[in-house]
Design a protein around this ligand. Structure first.
Ligand SMILES: [Cu+2]
Length: 133
């Protein structure tokens, strides 16, 4: 794939090759839909049927800056109080779901952060559900 791209670039006139290279590189890192969020607990789109989660944990492509990060949780009772936002040093943000306790329903996590090695501020949201028997 890379070899193909390089030979493709070589076949263009120099100025066009430079423009094409800038386009490719830019497309890798600053696409409008790029998100550094890789994973979460509870997972995005998941339905919890066994044990109520007491923490939220978000995993990123590199270490998030806790000082400029915000995470909110909304659900059946409105906005939930989270506390103790920190990182475990595993490119993650972690916090306790303080109160009220979760009940069955749909939840939305909103987050905003900056990650190490990237000056942009990123934000996003995802959902999970609780459906205990
Ligand atoms: Cu922790």
């Amino acid at each position: 794939m890379l070899r193909y791209r390089l030979s493709f670039l070589r076949s263009l006139r120099p100025s066009a090759a430079v423009l094409a290279a800038v386009f490719f590189l830019g497309g890798c890192t600053s696409g409008a839909d790029y998100s550094p969020l890789l994973n979460a607990e509870p997972a995005a789109g998941s339905t919890i049927t066994e044990r109520l989660p007491r923490t939220l944990r978000l995993f990123y492509a590199s270490l998030p800056n806790v000082d400029v990060s915000t995470v909110t949780l909304t659900g059946p009772e409105g906005e939930y109080t989270l506390r103790g936002l920190h990182t475990m040093g595993a490119d993650d943000l972690m916090m306790e779901i303080y109160r009220p306790a979760l009940t069955n329903g749909d939840y939305t996590v909103n987050w905003e952060t900056q990650v190490e090695g990237d000056s942009q501020t990123y934000s996003g949201e995802y959902q999970f559900s609780v459906a205990l028997p």
